[in-house]
Design a binder for this molecule. Structure first.
Ligand code: SF4
Length: 291
């Protein structure tokens, strides 16, 4: 819980505040950009919510914050924020909220599908917390967990145990040590079913992989994201743990695929036409080759 005695001086006066435990994960700024800002290395409240909608977004940010760094002076009930997750992003794709400090606030997603289509897929791991688990149960549970790479796995074991679902992850990111049920190897794509394709994308980590859903939605982990500053797709050079050369090569391989949405673990989401996404990806690859 946020501590008022550790309230950052950069916060605007009023009900909501961020305290000094903020790890600068960016989640609150994405969820409620009108309320939260980056003042340099941490987030703070730039202005207080003015409308019921802004209040709702601020409460969602409070709930999603991985370090419980957002507080309210009145210790306001956050139920409206809790009940807003999972948040629908696309017809059948949801943002889970409830990010985890163990994965530095990485975003995780739920693909909701009928049992006939193979059931629900949890993409990377949110924080294991009772309200989210209950909502996931109400939405049909989890049939499979896709883990993009070793950094964004958070409470994967608890979700797998609770929902009795297998996890799929690449061997090169320690899947065997983690007791993962379905381990991918090498650089061959793996088709899980008619709608889901795993594409190995080594670079950020040796065993990083992305998930393509219906040739439309690309779950990119920490491989690829949208930059609002540069207004194009980017990769993160300063957190490339394995090989920038490999990441550039695997990024170039993605040009063979079609997608209209990029949903990353870190960085910003983006939706556009497939042609536009392809152009941005080409631009990203060209930029990576120059780095
Ligand atoms: S969500 Fe929490 S940890 Fe992340 S930037 Fe906002 S206040 Fe900081």
């Amino acid at each position: 819980m946020a501590q008022i005695e550790h309230r950052l001086a950069q916060n605007s006066e009023g009900e909501f505040y961020v305290d000094s435990s903020c790890i600068d994960c960016d989640a609150c700024r994405q969820i409620a950009p009108a309320i939260f800002r980056d003042h340099g290395g941490q987030s703070s409240v730039q202005r207080q919510p003015h409308s019921p909608e802004e209040l709702q977004r601020a409460l969602m940010a409070l709930v999603a914050c991985p370090t419980a760094s957002i507080g309210t002076m009145s210790r306001r009930n956050a139920r409206a924020g809790v009940e807003a997750f999972p948040e629908q992003l696309l017809a059948d794709v949801y943002f889970c909220g409830f990010t985890s400090e163990a994965s530095f606030g990485a975003w995780s997603y739920l693909i909701v599908r009928s049992e006939a289509d193979g059931g629900n897929i949890l993409v990377d791991s949110p924080r294991f917390t009772a309200p989210l688990v209950k909502r996931l149960e109400q939405m049909g549970g989890v049939r499979l967990m896709f883990l993009s790479h070793r950094d964004d796995i958070a409470d994967h074991a608890r979700f797998a145990a609770h929902f009795c679902c297998p996890r799929v992850m690449h061997h090169a990111d320690g899947a065997t040590r983690l007791g993962i049920e379905q381990i991918t190897q090498g650089e061959q794509t793996v088709r899980l079913d008619d709608e889901l394709l795993i594409i190995p994308t080594p670079g950020h980590t040796r065993g990083h992989q992305v998930l393509l859903y219906r040739d439309c939605v690309l779950f990119t982990g920490d491989h690829l994201a949208w930059s609002p500053e540069r207004q194009t797709l980017i990769a993160f050079r300063d957190v490339c743990w394995y090989s920038w050369r490999e990441q550039t090569r695997s990024m170039e391989n993605l040009l063979a695929y079609c997608f209209e949405s990029v949903l990353p673990g870190h960085g910003r989401l983006h939706h556009s036409s497939a042609d536009d996404m392809h152009r941005h990806l080409e631009r990203c690859v060209a930029w990576m080759k120059k780095m």
